[in-house]
Design a protein around this ligand. Sequence first.
Ligand SMILES: Nc1ncnc2c1ncn2[C@@H]1O[C@H](COP(=O)(O)OP(=O)(O)OP(=O)(O)O)[C@@H](O)[C@H]1O
Ligand SMILES: [Mg+2]
Length: 223
Amino acid sequence: MILECNNLHKSFSQGGNVINVLKGASLSLEEKDTLAIVGKSGSGKSTLLSILSGIESVDSGKISFLDKDITHYSQQEMTELRAKSIGVVFQQFHLIEHLSALENVMLPLEIINEPDAKEKAMSLLVSVGLGERANHFPNQLSGGEKQRVAIARAMSNRPKLILADEPSGSLDEDTGTTIMNLLFDLVEKENMGLILVTHELQLAARCKKSLLLSHGHLEAGTN
Ligand SMILES: Nc1ncnc2c1ncn2[C@@H]1O[C@H](COP(=O)(O)OP(=O)(O)OP(=O)(O)O)[C@@H](O)[C@H]1O
Ligand SMILES: [Mg+2]
């Protein structure tokens, strides 16, 4: 099992109000699994992905990654786990502004001391159609180009799990299909797992499984 989480709870306190975002969410993911999470705006999809990637803490529940309990990992342990085994595509991309597209994709590879970081990053940029943009900085890229750099970066260290928040949200239909094909092929070829959040029903339908996040729970979807 790549990922298993049970009974996750998460609340935020804001100006005296408590927002209960997750109220017992559970899911599991095996090798080659592709899981779509759908749900209304504000239902907690990004919060769930932040928790699964260890960027946000969880109030209660249990998270296992590769059959190891990581619920109480420290920030440092989670940072190391992400560097080695988890690729994240954030809804707002979170590219590093003072690094070029190429350097952004190289970053995870440099953290794991990959000797061919530059060549590998370049070939990923080419595969997402951005070979000509390698030396551009994020503020010189369009929204969809930034999104493709973020996807290339998430794939670069060949993680065991990719968590992608609306990964085709800024792409036109053709480019979105091409890039999603790349992601799905990689998951299949490298025995990875993919969880993606999407509002696009067509993309959700391409995933092996889908779950609807509603009222803090994950409910079985249509596939
Ligand atoms: N750090 C925070 N502090 C307080 N409230 C938060 C915080 N992060 C998220 N929330 C609230 O939690 C709820 C879920 O937010 P989240 O971003 O997870 O939704 P979402 O399903 O990803 O929405 P969208 O489809 O619009 O991206 C929202 O009501 C949001 O206002
Ligand atoms: Mg979101």
